[in-house]
Design a protein around this ligand. Structure first.
Ligand SMILES: Cc1ncc(COP(=O)(O)O)c(C=O)c1O
Length: 383
């Protein structure tokens, strides 16, 4: 199966950075843009905008098996991580650090630093070589630190590795520590609803599942009192002031409507991921992602070859790939994820991330593998 979306002659292998719009999203956004009212206004126009917002909230909440009331719309995953982690840390009314592994997305790491700077500090936990939390090490820190919140990513944005949330949750609950989960990369690739009982807060972003960029959501378990980080109106139950981006939120909901199709496509993507990984290994790549991880993510490096040169070479022949997180590409800094699993800076700079999605075909995977050898040769000569 495949979800038909906007297609071009280029091959897109960067779904973890962002994904093409899913069917129905553009139409939903355009339709909602025509709505004049402000959802907070009491007149008919306002009520119409509010009705759109209510319906979108129901849809997004249902996609994760949550109650609409417990969802806060944000400008994306970055803001949801910040409000969620800082908000939960503030809500715990006792001292203690915030814990997270070094492999989380920079937005979550920064939120951890901000929460820690306010009170109790931040402790970076050890990550295993696949990028997930080292559970034994985490258990020791939890036993001795009286931590307030532990934060992690459901699925790693570079390595595709997936956390065992049930296990982490068990450790956190016995230590009296809250658990916050960045589900941005797992959403649409893994069933999130079954994970909600394990966490106290969870972030989502629309553009990773075929929705518009610039909108996301934070789910908060009823209980800890999370308050807005900035002053303003009473929107989003007072937790996130500012007029809601109604059209983007409508697009987010439309993308959520395609989730069953996307989830059903995961086994097909996993097969493509495995043939891509195997083909790259045959060309000499060291594989850092695994078939246990996300259905769509391959992270390799070719020793001695800077990843940036491969990304440029691929771009020139019509393939969009990346060296890692889009928010850090173009910088000369090595990926914090790869440093966090013990790679050297040189090794980390060799990373090539290929992430696929519902539109990726077996033909595209095979042609990418055929395009690689001359690109590799040229990159080796330059590198
Ligand atoms: C794991 C993870 N968390 C958070 C974000 C940030 O989401 P947004 O781009 O919506 O701010 C990203 C984006 O790449 C991500 O991969």
């Amino acid at each position: 199966m495949s979800v038909p979306t906007q297609k071009s002659t280029r091959s897109y292998f960067d779904y973890n950075a962002t994904s093409p719009l899913a069917p129905g999203v553009l139409e939903a956004v355009l339709e909602a843009l025509k709505v004049v009212g402000n959802p907070s206004s009491p007149h008919r126009e306002g009520r119409r905008a509010q009705a759109l917002l209510d319906s979108a909230r129901e849809t997004v909440a249902a996609a994760i098996g949550a109650e609409a009331l417990d969802l806060v719309f944000t400008s994306g995953g970055t803001e949801a991580n910040h409000l969620g982690l800082v908000g939960l840390a503030r809500a715990v009314n006792r001292p203690g650090p915030v814990l997270l592994p070094p492999t989380v997305h920079p937005s979550l790491y920064a939120a951890g630093e901000a929460a820690g700077a306010e009170r109790g500090g931040m402790v970076t936990l050890r990550a295993s070589t696949d990028g997930t939390l080292d559970l034994a090490a985490a258990e020791k820190v939890l036993a001795s630190s009286k931590a307030r919140v532990l934060a992690l990513s459901l699925a790693n944005h570079e390595l595709g590795s997936v956390e065992d949330l049930a296990a982490v949750s068990g450790l956190c609950r016995s230590a009296g520590c809250l658990l916050f989960c960045d589900a941005v990369q797992g959403f649409g690739r893994l069933e999130v609803a079954s994970l909600l009982p394990f966490v106290d807060g969870l972030s989502l972003s629309a553009h990773k599942i075929g929705g518009p960029k610039g909108v996301g959501a934070l789910w908060l378990r009823p209980g800890p009192s999370v308050e807005s980080l900035i002053g303003g109106g009473k929107q989003e139950s007072g937790r996130r002031p500012g007029t809601q981006a109604v059209a983007l939120i409508a697009g987010f909901a439309a993308a959520c409507d395609t989730l069953p199709v996307r989830l059903a496509d995961a086994p097909r993507q996993a097969d493509l991921r495995d043939s891509l990984a195997m083909g790259l290994e045959e060309l000499g790549a060291v594989l850092h992602s695994s078939s246990e991880g996300l259905c769509n993510t391959v992270l390799v490096r070719f020793p001695g070859v800077p990843g940036e040169l491969l990304v440029t070479g691929l771009d020139l022949v019509g393939v969009a790939a990346s060296t890692g997180a889009a928010c850090s590409s173009g910088t000369t800094e090595a990926s914090s994820v790869l440093l966090g699993i013990g790679l050297s800076k040189t090794e980390a700079m060799e990373a090539l991330r290929l992430s696929i999605g519902p539109d990726t075909t077996a033909v595209e995977v095979q042609s990418l593998l055929q395009l690689m050898p001359p690109i590799l040769e040229r990159a080796k000569a330059f590198g």
